[in-house]
Design a protein around this ligand. Structure first.
Ligand SMILES: *Cc1c(COP(=O)(O)O)cnc(C)c1O
Length: 389
C-alpha cells in the first residue's frame, strides 16, 4: 500500500512547530489547494464532476477552500449529509449499505442524489425519495477486483456492497436515474480503466436509460505517479460512448499529503530496545496504522537501524498493541522533542476515538503565505464525557 509514501515532506518542513501545542493535526492550506486545483483541472478537461467523500476528510474549517474547486460532497450517513448541506453546500450525494425509514425521511431533506445498495432498499424508500423529488441510483458490484487488501475491497467474494448482476433484474431499475460503483482504493487510472470495462461488460445494457453514473472513490489522483492523462482519456471516452454525466467521489485524493500530526515525546526508557512514549496514539489518533496496517513517515526519521538511534514509538493508551512502529533518529530522543507524522489529514480526524479518555488532537490549519497556524478546535473532558452516559 502506498499510504505512508513520502508525501508532503517539503510542506511539513515549512511549518514552524516550535510553539505548536501537541498533539495537533495541521492541514496545510497550500497543499490542500494544490490537490483541489488538480482535481478541478480533471473536471475541466474531462467534463466529469468531482465530489469530496466526507468519509475520508471532513475538516470543515477548510470547506471555504474546497467549495471553490469541487461541486459538492458525498456522504455515508445522515450526519455527513447534514455537514455537507450546512457547511459545504453544492451538490449533496449519499450512499449507505442500508437506510432505516427514519433516516431516509431526514436524508431526503439534505441529499439531492441518493444511492441505494439493493433493489429491496430502492423498493422500501422509493416513494419517499420520489415525493421529495430526489434523484436515485443503484450501487452495482461488477465483481472486478483491483484492491489487494480485503478490508478495502468492495468487489471481493460475498461482498455486501452493491448489487451483483446475478442479483439484478431489469425491472429493479425502474424509476432509477443512475448507476454507481465503488471498487477502487488508492489505485491508479489503469485500475479505473479495467473497472470501467467490467462495469460496461456487466451493466452496459442499462447505461442508456441512466441520467448519470458515479465511478466512486479510490482514485489516487493527487499522488505524484498518478496517470492523470489516462484518467481524462477514460472519462472522455466513456462520455463519448454513452453520453451520460460522470461523477467521481474521491476522499483520500482530496487531502493526500496535505496534513501532518505533530506529537511530543513524553518518556523514553529501555526494555529490550529503546522505547519512546508519545502524546498521541495509533489506536485513538491514527487508527489506519493498525487497521490497514501501514507505517507512517516521520520527518527526519528512518527505517530501524538506518540512523544511529532506533526507538519503538508507542502511544498513550494502555492497549499493548498501541505501537506506531520502529524508527531511527540521528540523535537520542529527549522528552519534549516533537515528531511530525506525514500524510495525516485523511482517514484520521474522521476516525479518532476517545478510547482510554485520551485527549483528541487539536485541529489546525497552516497558511503557507503568512506562515500562521490557526487552531480551529481543541478537545477536552467534555468530548470524552459526552460520548457516554
Ligand atoms: C470510501 C468511499 C469513497 C472515498 O474513497 P477514497 O478511497 O477515500 O477515495 C467514495 N465513495 C464510496 C461509496 C466510499 O465508500
Amino acid at each position: 500500500m502506498s499510504k505512508g509514501a513520502n508525501l508532503g515532506e517539503q510542506m511539513a518542513r515549512a511549518i514552524d512547530i516550535s510553539r505548536l501545542e501537541t498533539p495537533s493535526y495541521v492541514t496545510d492550506l497550500g497543499a490542500l489547494e494544490a490537490n483541489l486545483k488538480l482535481l478541478r483541472s480533471v473536471q475541466n478537461r474531462s467534463g466529469c464532476t468531482i465530489l469530496l467523500a466526507l468519509k475520508g476528510f471532513a475538516q470543515w474549517s477548510t470547506f471555504p477552500l474546497v467549495r471553490k474547486y469541487l461541486a459538492g460532497a458525498t456522504s455515508s450517513s445522515v450526519a455527513e449529509a447534514r455537514l455537507a448541506r450546512e457547511e459545504l453546500g453544492g451538490e449533496v450525494h449519499a450512499y449507505a449499505p442500508a437506510y432505516s425509514e427514519g433516516e431516509m425521511a431526514e436524508l431526503v431533506t439534505l441529499a439531492d442524489h441518493i444511492v441505494l445498495n439493493s433493489p429491496a432498499q430502492w423498493r422500501r424508500h422509493r416513494a419517499v425519495i420520489q415525493r421529495a423529488g430526489r434523484s436515485a441510483a443503484l450501487r452495482v458490484n461488477h465483481e472486478h477486483q483491483e484492491v489487494e487488501v480485503a478490508l478495502y475491497d468492495p468487489a471481493g467474494a460475498c461482498s455486501r456492497l452493491g448489487t451483483t448482476r446475478a442479483n439484478l433484474k431489469a425491472e429493479d431499475l425502474e424509476g432509477l436515474d443512475g448507476l454507481h460503483f465503488h471498487t477502487l482504493c488508492q489505485t491508479n487510472s489503469d485500475a479505473l480503466e479495467r473497472a470501467v470495462a467490467a462495469f460496461e461488460q456487466k451493466f452496459g445494457e442499462f447505461i442508456p436509460q441512466m441520467k448519470w453514473v458515479n465511478f466512486g472513490g479510490g482514485h489516487h489522483i493527487t499522488r505524484p505517479d498518478y496517470d492523470v492523462d489516462r484518467l481524462v482519456r477514460v472519462l472522455t471516452e466513456f462520455k463519448a460512448k454513452w453520453h451520460v454525466p460522470i461523477y467521481l467521489e474521491p476522499g483520500e485524493a482530496v487531502a493526500l499529503g496535505a496534513g501532518v500530526l505533530v506529537a511530543q515525546v513524553m518518556d523514553t526508557f529501555h526494555n529490550g530496545m529503546d522505547i519512546a512514549i508519545l502524546d498521541t496514539s495509533a489506536t485513538a489518533h491514527m487508527p489506519d496504522v493498525l487497521e490497514m496496517p501501514y507505517r507512517p513517515m516521520i520527518v527526519d526519521a528512518g527505517e530501524p537501524g538506518a540512523k544511529p538511534h532506533t526507538y519503538r514509538l508507542g502511544g498513550m493508551t494502555c492497549l499493548a498493541g498501541d505501537v506506531i512502529g520502529d524508527y531511527s533518529f540521528d540523535r537520542p530522543l529527549e522528552i519534549g522533542d516533537k515528531l511530525v507524522f506525514l500524510d495525516m489529514a485523511h482517514y484520521t480526524m474522521v476516525k479518532t476515538s476517545t478510547f482510554n479518555g485520551v485527549r483528541l488532537p487539536s485541529i489546525a490549519t497552516h497558511d503557507p503565505a503568512t506562515k500562521l497556524i490557526t487552531v480551529h478546535k481543541r478537545f477536552g473532558y467534555r468530548d470524552y464525557r459526552d460520548r457516554l452516559s
